[in-house]
Design a binder for this molecule. Structure first.
Ligand SMILES: [Cu+2]
Length: 271
C-alpha cells in the first residue's frame, strides 16, 4: 500500500509539468505580445518559471524517493536527529542568494516599464505633462474604464475634452503616455497583450507608458478584485494607424459636441 501512495504522490509533479507543457498547445498560455518592451517581461517570467520549475521537480522527486524507500513495510533501525547546523545554513543561504540574484537581475526590466517614463529627461527623473503631453487619461471606477482624450485644442483637463467609456483607441508604433486614476477603490489597469499592468489608486495620478507594435483589437481588464462587478470590468483596446486613429477621435468629438455641446461635456468632470 505504501508503494501505491508513493506513486500517487509522484503524479503531482508529472501532472504539474504536463499542464505547463500542454497549455501552449491548447492556447491557454500567454497572449501574443504586441508591445516594444513586452519581451523583457516575458524573459523574466520564463526565467523565474524555469528556476522554480527545476526546484519543484527536484523536491518532488526527493519526496517521492523517501516515500518509496521508507514505506511502512520496511522494518529496521530509525535514526532520530536534532537537526543539522550546516544543512540549516545551506538551505537558508541558497534561497536568500537566489532571491537577491533575481532582485538585481530584474532591475532593468522594472526600470524600463515603471521608472523610465518617456517624458523623463536624460537624467531619468520622472517627467511631467510639460515634457510630454499625455495621450489620454484613464479612470477606473466600479465597474468600467472612463477615458478622457484631449479635444481639438490638444489640452487635457478642459471643457474641450472627449469622454468615452471602455473603448480605447491608440495609434500603432507611437509612444503612449496614460495618466491612470481611480474614482473609488483600487483597480488594476491590465493590457495582457502589451504586458502592462498597473494599479489605479484613489487620489493618485500614475503615469503608464508603452508602445504598441501591431494593429488589432485586444482586451482591457481589471486585475484587482474591486467589488461585485469586477468580472465585467472589461474594455476593448484598438490599435490602429495614425490616420485611422485621428479619424476615429474626430468622429467621437463631433458626436459629443453634436449631442451635448462642448461646454456641457465637461460636466461630471472630477478635477
Ligand atoms: Cu476594477
Amino acid at each position: 500500500m505504501g508503494k501505491f501512495w508513493s506513486l500517487i504522490f509522484l503524479l503531482v509533479p508529472i501532472l504539474g509539468v504536463a499542464c505547463f507543457a500542454l497549455a501552449p498547445v491548447y492556447n491557454h498560455w500567454l497572449p501574443s505580445d504586441v508591445s516594444q518592451h513586452g519581451h523583457t517581461i516575458d524573459h523574466l517570467f520564463y526565467f523565474i518559471l524555469w528556476l522554480t520549475g527545476a526546484v519543484f521537480i527536484a523536491t518532488e522527486v526527493v519526496l517521492f524517493w523517501f516515500l518509496w524507500r521508507y514505506d511502512g513495510k520496511r522494518k529496521g533501525h530509525v535514526n532520530y536527529t536534532h537537526g543539522s547546523h550546516s544543512l540549516e545554513i545551506i538551505w537558508t543561504i541558497l534561497p536568500a542568494a537566489t532571491l537577491l540574484f533575481i532582485a538585481i537581475y530584474q532591475m532593468n526590466a522594472w526600470a524600463e516599464s515603471k521608472i523610465r517614463n518617456p517624458a523623463a529627461g536624460p537624467d531619468g527623473i520622472l517627467g511631467t505633462a510639460d515634457d510630454m503631453p499625455p495621450t489620454l487619461e484613464v479612470t477606473g471606477r466600479q465597474f468600467e474604464w472612463r477615458l478622457r482624450y484631449p479635444g481639438k485644442n490638444g489640452q487635457l483637463g478642459d471643457s474641450d475634452d472627449i469622454y468615452i467609456v471602455n473603448d480605447l483607441h491608440l495609434p500603432v508604433n507611437e509612444e503612449i503616455l496614460i495618466y491612470l486614476k481611480s474614482d473609488d477603490v483600487l483597480h488594476s489597469f491590465f493590457l495582457p497583450n502589451l504586458r502592462v499592468k498597473q494599479d489605479a489608486v484613489p487620489g493618485m495620478k500614475i503615469p503608464v507608458w508603452f508602445r504598441a507594435t501591431e494593429k488589432g483589437t485586444y482586451d482591457i481588464v481589471c486585475a484587482e478584485l474591486c467589488g461585485w462587478g469586477h468580472y465585467k470590468m472589461k474594455g476593448q483596446l484598438t490599435i490602429e494607424s495614425r490616420a485611422e486613429y485621428d479619424e476615429w477621435l474626430d468622429k467621437k468629438y463631433r458626436e459629443q459636441t453634436a449631442t451635448v455641446g462642448p461646454q456641457l461635456a465637461s460636466q461630471g468632470d472630477g478635477e
